[in-house]
Design a protein around this ligand. Sequence first.
Ligand code: ZN
Length: 91
Amino acid sequence: MTREPGSSNGVVLGSVLTCPHCGHAKHEDMPVDACQFFYECERCKTVLRPKPGDCCVFCSFGSVKCPPIQARGQCCGDDLHALPAARASST
Ligand SMILES: [Zn+2]
C-alpha cells in the first residue's frame, strides 16, 4: 500500500481516472463528502458517467474507489444508484 499525501484515516483521496474511450489517464482528487457523477475527459472531451451499480465515476473508471466506499463499503446515498438509468427514458 502506498501512502499518499492527501490520505486520511486510511482513505485514499486521490484516484487515477482512465478514459475508456481514448485511454487518457489523469490523477484527480476526490471529494470526501460527495460523489462525482460526471467527469469530462480533458483529451477527448467525452463525459464519463458511472456504470450501472457504481455510485460515481471514480468507482467505475478510477484506480481507487470513492472515499465513502473505502470507509463504509457503501456510498453516501443508495437512492442515487437508481437515478441515472431510471431517468434515461423519461423523455
Ligand atoms: Zn478520453
